[in-house]
Unconditional design. Sequence first.
Length: 78
Amino acid sequence: MRKVIRLKVRNLTKAQIDRDIPTDAALAEVIGVSPSQVWRVKLPCSDARHNSPGVQFIAGVLGAFEGLFEDYFYLEDV
């Protein structure tokens, strides 16, 4: 079994609202990734288009919002 990093979509969405970042395109600009990357990470894991968050995505989220890794991400066994 291996572990993959998953996004806590609700927590990130709440942080977006709290920081008045109204769209995923605006979020992408704030965290330094493409809008399509944000869209793919937020898709359900069962969707074939889903991507796990990469290092740049994770670093961008942690740099833009207060909190710890565990506030926005979790490890899942696959």
